[in-house]
Design a protein around this ligand. Structure first.
Ligand code: 9D3
Length: 262
């Protein structure tokens, strides 16, 4: 097993549904990734199995209680094959990107904490959490989907998870660029044809066209991805030719296709 992940969650079935399908499901089934869920409800300390309570100082909503959470984290630590890094998925966390995923994929064991309600008792963070991560600036109902976003991104980096050689090759080939447009059969959909270069069998020309499309799309849609890197002379030429081509072809985008914000 390359990576073991324990998830602490009040809604285990949300996670197990996601963990049973696709590339992630296969990685777990083949034991390339270990995945277990721990429910704080099983660690509640009262007869009614309470896991939330009102915030000290007043205010809206409820807060997840420390004791059931610490109990579930403790159980996960015992099950982990090595001392785990403990990550709380939280709107207050650093924004997850691929560099976080790459770093975490190198570790043997992770415990992820998914919160519900308005959040968790701060003393759990102080005493048991190593790192906080968010998946972006929008409001969700809890940390389960963010945790599974991370798990899904992690499983793709494990050796053996992607059996398709080309997927891996292309992912590294287009380092930091958006992907080029893809087409499959038929050659014509309504009035829309597959670009002729892709049908011609000139693999050099196809490579050049795809690189130009990737550069153009990145320049137009995600200029932030290009801001921190220098383009080679070849890439620069491809991009400039692409921009000239499309300045007299007309854009599908309503904003005039500019490079706003940069
Ligand atoms: C609307 C409630 N908010 C104001 C008091 C606070 C709030 C608490 C808990 C907002 C969202 C949540 C639940 N979200 C997560 O647990 C979460 C999350 C997210 O909402 N967006 C992006 N990343 C993440 S990681 C965990």
């Amino acid at each position: 097993m390359n990576l073991w992940v324990g998830l602490v969650s009040l809604f285990p079935e949300m996670a197990t549904a996601i963990a049973s399908a696709g590339i992630l499901g296969r990685a777990i089934q083949r034991d390339e990734m270990g995945f277990e869920v721990f429910n704080p409800r099983n660690h509640a300390v009262d007869r009614r199995r309470t896991v939330d309570d009102r915030p000290y100082g007043g205010g809206p909503g409820m807060v997840m209680m420390a004791e059931p959470l610490l109990g579930a984290i403790g159980e996960a630590r015992q099950r982990a094959p090595s001392p785990p890094r403990v990550i709380y998925l939280s709107p207050q966390g650093a924004k997850l990107d691929q560099s976080h995923v790459e770093r975490l994929s190198q570790l043997p064991s992770l415990v992820l904490i998914a919160g519900r309600y308005e959040g968790i008792d701060e003393r759990v963070i102080e005493s048991a959490v190593d790192e906080e991560l968010s998946i972006g600036d929008y409001i969700l109902s809890g940390g389960e989907l963010p945790a599974m976003v991370l798990v899904d991104a992690l499983c793709r980096l494990l050796p053996g998870a992607l059996n398709n050689e080309e997927s891996i090759q292309t992912e590294s080939l287009l380092d930091g660029l958006l992907e080029y447009p893809q087409y499959t059969r038929p050659e014509q959909v309504g009035p829309l044809k597959v670009p002729a270069v892709l049908l011609g069998g000139d693999h050099g020309a196809i490579r050049g066209w795809r690189r130009a499309e990737a550069l153009l799309r990145t320049w137009l849609r995600r200029p932030d991805l290009l801001a921190s890197r220098a383009l080679s002379d070849a890439d620069s030429a491809l991009l400039q030719a692409g921009l000239r081509r499309q300045s007299h072809a007309g854009s599908r985008w309503p904003d005039g296709g500019g490079n706003e914000g940069e």
